[in-house]
Design a protein around this ligand. Structure first.
Ligand SMILES: [Zn+2]
Length: 44
């Protein structure tokens, strides 16, 4: 589980509420709140 504000590394993260997928392009990029549901948690 990854949260907004963390920098979990580049890759693909899925919103646990609505399933929206975001991609982080670099290891230094932080997760942002889901643009669809404002969730702050992503999987993995
Ligand atoms: Zn969402």
């Amino acid at each position: 589980m990854s949260r907004v504000g963390e920098q979990p590394g580049k890759g693909r993260y899925t919103c646990v509420i609505c399933g929206h997928v975001v991609f982080l392009k670099s290891d230094g990029e932080a997760l942002k709140a889901c643009p669809h549901c404002d969730s702050k948690r992503y999987a993995p």
